[in-house]
Write a protein that binds this ligand. Structure first.
Ligand SMILES: Cc1ncc(COP(=O)(O)O)c(C=O)c1O
Length: 355
């Protein structure tokens, strides 16, 4: 059934001996196996599933010094004894290679990537939690493994996939978002469109400061003028203004979210007008004040869709959306999750069933 994936007897034993804990949050419990595939001499080697274990790397390994690293986030669903399903895995594969290209790393063939993520969902199917909103979170990633302290691109890489039975990423339904007017997440010509660790490392100080101020997430604005809304540190942004669903138009500094793309399609199918444009924060705040903006929400694979209750300035000024019932976000979330979990008809052929 698998052309590339090789599974060791130790991996099978590790799966047999694993028990899914009764409680887990997001990303803490890790499945007992992992996938490893090395790139050297210009080609990808064997795709192996082995017991979960630490990996040994030379301290000069390039990833430690120059951050040549990329990753993806995706989920396998198995709610109410349906599935297991993967959701648009080819989209994660193509974004992975887009990130690889931007970071000067080896691209990975589609069949290797898809076998790796399918194999992890397949062999770990008993560890897919089965309540609505829960899933097996899959984390494909790749690191640069040349042992050399010079600043130059690696020519060897390690691709791996981990799996984590997970609850929803954000469980609170009251999210306060900090409008970040000092730092920038991504700049023109930079790596914002790639899913590379450095983008996230650079966002952490802002998230620490937001937390200290009592806020939960950071809203990033464009680096040059600090005026156009871009996205959150791990999610895309939407607003409902006069009944129209708005989202920032993609630029090279915004991650092209797969959830974002699905929501645009779902909203259109539900009859909403969609507008992708440069959204000015100053205008949005006025629209929240005059109540023409009735909802703001954020979306991503891990978090699904989370309504924003308040947009906040550093000095504590708050623009509240708590009067809104978040009906559009709720409808989009129920539709998307219903499709992902096989509870609603998959009219767009987004879902792959693992046999
Ligand atoms: C910076 C950033 N924006 C947006 C998203 C949402 O992307 P997706 O919907 O593909 O998970 C993510 C999550 O991967 C992200 O890290």
């Amino acid at each position: 059934m698998y052309k590339h994936l090789q599974t060791s007897p130790e991996a099978i034993l590790a799966i047999e001996n694993f028990n899914l804990p009764s409680s887990f949050d997001f990303g803490k419990v890790i499945c007992p196996v992992m996938i490893v595939c090395d790139f050297k001499n210009g080609e990808w080697g064997a795709l192996n599933m082995i017991p979960y274990q630490t990996i040994s790397l030379d301290p000069t390994c390039k990833v430690f010094h120059y951050g040549q690293e990329i990753f993806e986030g995706m989920k396998a669903y198995g709610v109410e004894d349906k599935g297991p399903f993967l959701f648009r895995p080819e989209e994660n594969w193509s974004r992975f290679n887009l990130s690889a290209e931007r970071m000067g790393m080896a691209e990975i063939p589609k069949d290797i990537f898809i076998e790796a993520v399918s194999g992890m969902a397949d062999y770990n199917r008993d560890f897919i939690p089965n309540n609505i909103g829960e899933s097996l979170y899959l984390r494909p990633f790749m690191i640069a493994t040349d042992n050399h302290l010079g600043i130059r691109p690696s020519i060897t890489f390690k691709f791996m996939v981990l799996a984590s039975p997970s609850a929803e990423y954000i469980t609170s339904d009251y999210v306060k978002v900090h409008i970040q007017r000092e730092y920038a997440r991504a700049c023109p010509g930079g790596t914002g469109r790639a899913k590379t660790g450095g983008n996230y490392a650079g966002s952490l100080k802002a998230s620490m400061e937001a937390n200290k101020l009592g806020f939960h997430q950071t809203l990033w604005l464009d680096a040059l003028h600090k005026e156009s809304i871009e996205e959150l540190s791990g999610m895309n942004f939407f607003a409902v203004i006069d009944g129209v669903v708005h989202t920032p138009k993609l630029t090279e500094t915004i991650l092209d979210g797969i959830t974002r793309r699905c929501l645009i399609k779902i909203a259109q199918n539900l009859g909403y007008e969609i507008k992708e444009s440069h959204m000015k924060i100053s205008e949005l705040l006025k629209q929240i004040e005059d109540k023409s903006c009735t909802e703001c929400f954020m979306c991503g694979t891990a978090s699904i869709i989370v309504p924003i209750a308040e947009l906040c300035e550093t000095d504590g000024t708050s623009y509240s959306l708590t009067y809104s019932k978040g009906q559009v976000a709720k409808q989009l979330r129920e539709t998307l999750l219903g499709i992902q979990e096989g509870r609603l008809e998959d009219t767009e052929a987004w879902v792959t069933t693992l046999l």
